[in-house]
Design a protein around this ligand. Sequence first.
Ligand code: HDD
Length: 694
Amino acid sequence: MTNEQNNHQDAKNEQLNAFKNSNQGEKLSTNQGAKLSDTSQSLTAGERGPTIMEDFHFREKMTHFDHERIPERVVHARGFGAHGYFQPYESMKELTSAKFLQDPSVKTPVFVRFSTVVGSRGSADTVRDVRGFATKFYTEDGNFDLVGNNMPVFFIQDAIKFPDIVHAIKPEPDNEIPQASAAHDTFWDWVVQNRESAHMIMWLLSDRGIPRSFRMMEGFGVHTFRLVNDQGKARFVKFHWKPLLGTHSLTWDEAQKIAGKNPDYHRQDLWDAINNGEYPEFELGIQVIEENQEFDFDFDILDPTKIWPEEQIPVKIIGKMTLNRNQDNFFAETEQAAFHMGNIVPGIDFTNDPLLQGRLFSYLDTQLLRLGGPNFHEIPINRPIAPVHNNQRDGFHRMTINKGKVAYSPNGLQNNDPQTSSFAEGGFEHYQEKVDGYKVRKRSESFKDHYTQAALFYNSMSEHEKRHIHKAFHFEVGNVKDPKIKQQVVEMFSNVSHTLANEIAKGVGVEPPQSNNQEPQVSPSPALSQLQTTFSSNTRKVAVLLADGFKNKELQEMMTTLRNNDVHVEIVSKTLGKLHSDQNEPVDVHKNYSTTHSVMYDGIFVPGGKQHVDQLMTHKEAKDFIKDTFAHAKTIAASNDAVELFSTVLPQNSQLATKQSNNEMFNDHGVLTIQSEQLQDFSQTFLEQLAQHR
Ligand code: HDD
């Protein structure tokens, strides 16, 4: 890579560096730079007297503190960001003039913010919700913001309904309950009144609503955009992010328990992965439709409640994003990041999707309130690396010192500087689409089919994924108090699938569907099932349950295989400190049963050693750990003496042994056992099973 390319990748970092400040080795001062002799005692009249007005330091410190919060985002309040870069695999010149998609050797800096939608800033990470996936590309042509979600469709077709759906899904206004949840009356009342939400509800109540990690979820631009090339030729496009680790989810029971054990689970996971050098990677994919094919499909390509099935319109992978740097300051970077659909670059353009059109208004508007005025683009995280020159001036917190008298155009005094640029010179020109119509408040007939793709999603799920959807309905709709709404949900989803509607009715205690709705006839789209994803043990976490007197050889063999394959291993025991093997070899305990829980791991291993196993038999927490991991269908392995522990703890029907090779036993419940001191093959099998996720 040439220096120039390196510079481009680092340009954003260098820009941020200019604003960074560290207190290390420095003297304490006021905001005006006066050094201070004391910051822990107010200035008072006498040692026991009142505080004196003159105490400028007290007043400055207190005033700043009193003003240190800004409004949280009205939606997507809870989020976490990271820096990285994007690199195209090949030139996309044929399709777009966007500079960051031209040259595979150019790395464009990015900042990504992942978020939940409904919960407030302090809510838990693992709630059932849509996840935001917002990417700011700092391109040499200006910032391009791809503000997407981990689901490819949306609840509504028209942005004017956004305040309604958000009011319905947020905590109810009289008592502000429930937090970060759609499981309440106002949301489901809204759903049954807004049938266009059917498809999105299927995604939300599927495993996609409870991702295992930000690193293991897809991202979607949702809307149909345009790519425009140098010749001005346009095509319709949808954007996809595909995680290299595959798309994986928690179970609902895990998600709920993790929310209590570690509400920061997802941000911790992202932070740790980047600190460990395990950089999350996402490939950028595009689906392209030629302009003359706009009406070739049985859905309207401008409808944001519809996907373009991948089997019909394949996803072409065009580049990769790598997140390789954690932020230095959460507030300065993640909290002040201002995404906006209107941050666009030449080569990409909008379409008439009515949801997209409305979003183009809302994002700029919300930043004005949240960040306190029109100069939020000057906050370091939001600054483009491209030069900024225009006649916009003044306003709260203006940083730029614009020189000269001329702040208008056209002007004669400055020969019209700053000059506009033609399309050929890289000036943004809106795509000249011919539009002709009456002013109406009316949705096109082509947007009216709300159930076919909801059925497509449901029918494309595997049996266990369908079961999870049924259970999610039982929880979400089961929490609705009004029986009328529950019945309406059953009737609504009988338009998607009778099986689904009957399952919902059974679980929430209302009548089976009364209406005789037709189920849409669809053939499945395999790409929708998470069974089709990539499976890898990379960066997974394994707990080793231990007490004094374990067999160190077994422990070390397993740990070596796992660690050599980028699996994280933590030793969990009743107390912190050191444990000793039957030969008195010491090992450090990483977590005790109070500071962790089985839901924090993807698998467990218990080595042999009679004394150690006898002790575990008496540790209720160890037995619960094993039972829980088994119940969550994760891989669990025991060697030698520990096999008996599993037989005691696990339900009888879990049948520890089905297949036998080299004394190694494995069953389809994910339980692995061995009666041998040679664990090399065994640890490989464990690794392979771990990669299967469950
Ligand atoms: Fe939105 C934030 C994604 C529809 C109005 N939205 C926001 C964020 C994401 C999305 C990821 C968080 C950005 C960040 O991390 O700071 N929103 C979506 C997607 C949508 C969508 C994928 C449908 C395809 N949004 C949508 C509509 C409207 C908004 C229809 C209003 C017309 N969204 C906002 C907002 C937010 C926002 C109020 C809150 C905070 C912010 O913008 O910066 O303007």
